[in-house]
Design a protein around this ligand. Structure first.
Ligand SMILES: Nc1ncnc2c1ncn2[C@@H]1O[C@H](COP(=O)(O)OP(=O)(O)OP(=O)(O)O)[C@@H](O)[C@H]1O
Ligand SMILES: [Mg+2]
Length: 311
């Protein structure tokens, strides 16, 4: 087996040891990590969101910071701010927790819209501007944000129009009975999270990301990608389709999916496999359909089925 395949296998095993019975979630997280995209984990309490994010940071062997988002968190609390040096009488920039490799933005919907906006801007531009001065973030920079959709009291759900800063949005869901039983026994004497070891260094991670970006996409497949995107822009169920920013994310996710499959080029199947998690949070459903319980994921699945596949 070649080296990337071994690294991926080790990463997968590390994550599977703390999140049981969710291989499909782990694959999507791997896609985002390789493609250098941010992840929004949106689910009810207690299904392993924080645990998964912590395990990712440990396994990757990079700098990790966790910020618990609360209503009183200010933008400067995450970006950093100018601090007076009383001896010299000058101001110097003190970096905030955004200056890290993996940022766990836990319960992001509990912070005020201003603080959320500061985070989303940094994610989009890989830099922060404080008092007119711009500071580049460190690379790689990966945000894993969690949001609890069931809990509306005292929260500010992320603005729909800004969800597209995340490459993928994932929900985890409950494990099946056998997996949950195995979880109970695994936790009898210790916390599996404590046993997650570093499986790849920062340089190895950046190398994997570089190889992912080099994965080819033939024009025929690129056009297939854009026909799916275009279908979201014309769909009768949607108010708003996927933007060019979304096309880029879709392209990168498909590259990562191909890379994980050990291919040097993207095939239509990579686009089909990544469409739902990369596109469903980038479209806006007509409100009457949303109230009727229809989801973006359902619409994306239908749209992908309706677009003819190049051969
Ligand atoms: N599929 C799973 N496999 C193994 N352990 C799990 C699984 N789901 C949940 N757990 C365990 O349940 C506990 C709660 O998980 P965690 O704190 O990560 O949840 P959370 O989704 O972040 O919840 P909250 O929204 O309340 O912050 C952890 O000890 C975690 O290991
Ligand atoms: Mg949590």
């Amino acid at each position: 087996m070649n080296e990337p395949a071994l690294l991926l296998r080790a990463l997968r095993a590390a994550l599977a040891s703390v999140l049981r019975g969710k291989p499909e979630v782990i694959e999507k997280v791997l896609v985002a990590i390789l493609a250098g995209g941010h992840v929004l984990l949106e689910d009810v309490p207690g299904v392993g969101k924080t645990t998964l994010a912590k395990a990712i940071a440990r396994a990757l062997g990079v700098r990790f910071t966790r910020v618990q988002f609360t209503p009183d968190l200010l933008p400067a609390d995450i970006t950093g701010s100018l601090v007076l040096n009383p001896e010299k009488g000058t101001f110097a920039f003190h970096k905030g927790p955004l200056f890290t490799n993996v940022l766990l933005a836990d319960e992001i919907n509990r912070a005020s819209p201003r603080t959320q906006a500061a985070l989303l801007e940094a994610m989009n531009e890989a830099q922060v501007t404080v008092d007119g001065e711009t500071h580049p973030l460190v690379q790689p920079f990966l945000v894993l944000a969690t949001q609890n959709p069931a809990d509306y009291q005292g929260t500010y759900p992320l603005p729909e129009a800004q969800l597209d800063r995340f490459m993928v949005r994932l929900s985890i869901g409950y494990p099946d009975l056998d997996e949950e039983l195995a979880m109970l026994y695994a936790r009898r004497t210790s916390d599996p999270l404590d046993d997650v070891a570093m499986v790849c260094t920062q340089n190895e991670l950046m190398e994997l990301q570089g190889k992912t970006r080099a994965v080819e996409m033939k024009p025929l497949v690129g056009r297939y990608l854009l026909r799916i995107v275009d279908a979201t822009r014309k769909d009768a169920d949607l108010e708003l389709g996927v933007s060019p920013r979304g096309s880029i994310a879709f392209f990168r996710a498909a590259q990562a999916h191909a890379f994980i499959a050990g291919r040097a080029y993207v095939s239509p199947e990579d686009l089909q496999a990544t469409a739902e998690s990369t596109l469903s949070h980038r479209v806006q459903m007509k409100s009457e359909l949303r109230y009727a319980g229809k989801t973006g994921a359902q619409v994306i699945t239908r749209i992908v089925r309706g677009v003819s596949v190049p051969t």
